[in-house]
Design a protein around this ligand. Sequence first.
Ligand SMILES: [Zn+2]
Length: 81
Amino acid sequence: MTFWVYEHRAAEKNAVVHIGSCGHCNDGYGCQRNRRGEENGRWHGPFSTSAAATKAAQATGCPTRQHGCTKVMRVRPAARA
Ligand SMILES: [Zn+2]
C-alpha cells in the first residue's frame, strides 16, 4: 500500500493524504476528469507509511487533513508482528 499527498494550490490551499488505491489518487495520477497538469495542485509521493505522508503534507505549510480513504485502514487494529 502506498500513501500520497495532494497539495491543493487553488483558492483553498490544503494538503490531503490519500492512499494509492483511492479513486481521487490513482497512484498519483488523480482522477481523469481533473487531469489538468499541476495547475491546481500536485501530488507528493509515494510514501510507504501514513506517518511519512502526513509529515510531507505538513511540510507544505498548508492545513493538513486525511481523506476518507485513509480511514479504511484505521478500522483494522494495527498488525502485530
Ligand atoms: Zn482519497
